[in-house]
Design a protein around this ligand. Structure first.
Ligand code: C2E
Ligand code: MG
Ligand code: MG
Ligand code: MG
Length: 291
C-alpha cells in the first residue's frame, strides 16, 4: 500500500480513519478468540401464541461480552463476523449452545422449549452447515422439529437454486424453517413456493407503524393472507403494546414476539420470567413435558 501511495494516498490516512481501521482490526482479532474465551452468550426472547397466550418457544439472540467494551449487540459485530468468515464457527457455536440449552431445560424438568436460531447467508454458502447439523444431532438428542432456523429474504434470494437444495436438506433432517424480517427484501413469489418453509416473520418495521399507517396495516394483513394461503405460520416481531397485540390478533396473526411480552433475556432471567408467568397462570409451555 505504501508503494502505490504518493502524497494523495497519504492524505487519506487522517488520524481518525487510522483509528477506525485500527479499531476494526482490533475488534476482529478480539472476535477471533471470543468463542474460546467464553465471551459469547445467547439471550432468549419468548414467542407467544396469539390466540392462547401460551409460550410457543423462544428465539436465541447472540451477545458478545467483551472484556473492555462490555456487552456488544449483534448489529455491531455480525457484519464483521460475516466479512471475516468468523460467522461460520460462531454460527456453529450458536447452534450447539441452543441445543445444549434446550437439553438443559429438559433435564431441569422445564420441558422441551422450541428454539429459533438465526442463520447468516455466509453460513448457508459455506458448505459445511449440513455436516454441522448432522454432527449436532448426533451429539445432542434434541427433537429437530423443535429447532427452527430463521433466514432473511435476501439470504434466500441470493444464489437461490443452491439455497433451495440446502433448505430441503435441512428440512429432511427434521428442522423447521422461517423467513425473518419478511416484507423488507423482495422475494420472488415463485421462489417462495419452492422453499420448504414453515413460517413468515413480519418485519417489525410494519408492526411499529401499525396504528399510524393504514398502508403498513394493509401490508401486515396481506402477508398474513399470503402466509396462510401457503400453509405457513405468521409471526409478528416488535410487538410493544397491548394495542399491537389486539390489532395483530384481529388481523389473524398466529404468533407474537416483542418487548410487550418480554425482552431477550439471559437463561436465568428467562427461567424466572417463565416461573412468574406460570404463577400468574398466564403461561404454560405448549411443549412442556409434564413430569
Ligand atoms: P432478528 O433476528 O430480526 O431479531 C429481532 C431483533 O429485534 C432482536 O435484536 C431483538 O432484541 C429485537 N426486538 C425484539 N422485540 C423487539 C421490540 O418489541 N421492539 C424492538 N425495537 N426490538 C425488538 P438483536 O438481539 O439486537 O438482534 C439483531 C439482529 O442480529 C437479529 O435480528 C439477527 O438478524 C441478528 N442476530 C442475532 N443473533 C444472531 C445469530 O446468532 N446469528 C446471526 N447470523 N444473526 C444473529
Ligand atoms: Mg430472527
Ligand atoms: Mg427479524
Ligand atoms: Mg433483523
Amino acid at each position: 500500500q505504501a508503494k502505490s501511495g504518493g502524497r494523495d494516498h497519504a492524505r487519506i490516512f487522517t488520524p481518525q480513519l487510522h483509528e477506525e481501521q485500527f479499531q476494526h482490526l482490533h475488534l476482529e482479532s478480539d472476535l477471533r478468540q471470543a468463542i474460546d474465551a467464553g465471551q459469547l452468550q445467547l439471550h432468549y426472547q419468548p414467542r407467544i401464541d396469539a390466540r392462547s397466550g401460551c409460550l410457543n418457544g423462544v428465539e436465541c439472540l447472540l451477545r458478545w461480552q467483551h472484556p473492555q467494551r462490555g456487552l456488544i449487540m449483534p448489529d455491531s459485530f455480525i457484519a464483521l463476523a460475516e466479512e471475516s468468515g468468523l460467522i461460520v464457527p460462531i454460527g456453529a457455536w450458536v447452534i450447539r449452545e441452543a441445543c445444549r440449552q434446550q437439553l438443559a431445560w429438559r433435564a431441569a424438568g422445564i420441558g422441551d422449549i422450541a428454539v429459533s436460531i438465526n442463520l447468516s447467508a455466509v453460513q448457508l454458502k459455506a458448505g459445511d452447515l449440513l455436516a454441522t447439523l448432522r454432527e449436532v444431532l448426533q451429539t445432542y438428542p434434541v427433537t429437530p422439529g423443535l429447532i427452527e432456523f430463521e433466514l432473511t429474504e435476501s439470504t434466500l434470494m441470493d444464489n437461490a437454486e443452491h439455497t433451495i437444495a440446502t433448505l430441503h436438506a435441512i428440512k429432511q433432517l427434521g428442522f423447521a424453517l422461517a423467513i425473518d424480517d419478511f416484507g423488507t427484501g423482495y422475494s420472488s413469489l415463485n421462489y417462495l413456493c419452492r422453499f420448504p418453509l414453515d413460517k413468515l416473520k413480519i418485519d417489525m418495521g410494519f408492526v411499529q407503524h401499525l396504528h399510524d399507517s393504514p398502508q403498513d396495516l394493509a401490508v401486515i394483513k396481506a402477508i398474513i393472507g399470503l402466509g396462510h394461503t401457503l400453509g405457513l405460520t405468521v409471526t409478528a416481531e416488535g410487538v410493544e403494546s397491548a394495542l399491537d397485540v389486539e390489532a395483530l390478533r384481529r388481523a389473524g396473526c398466529d404468533e407474537l414476539q416483542g418487548y410487550y411480552h418480554a425482552r431477550p433475556m439471559p437463561p436465568a432471567q428467562f427461567i424466572a420470567w417463565l416461573a412468574q408467568a406460570a404463577a400468574d397462570n398466564t403461561m404454560t409451555s405448549r411443549h412442556a413435558v409434564t413430569t
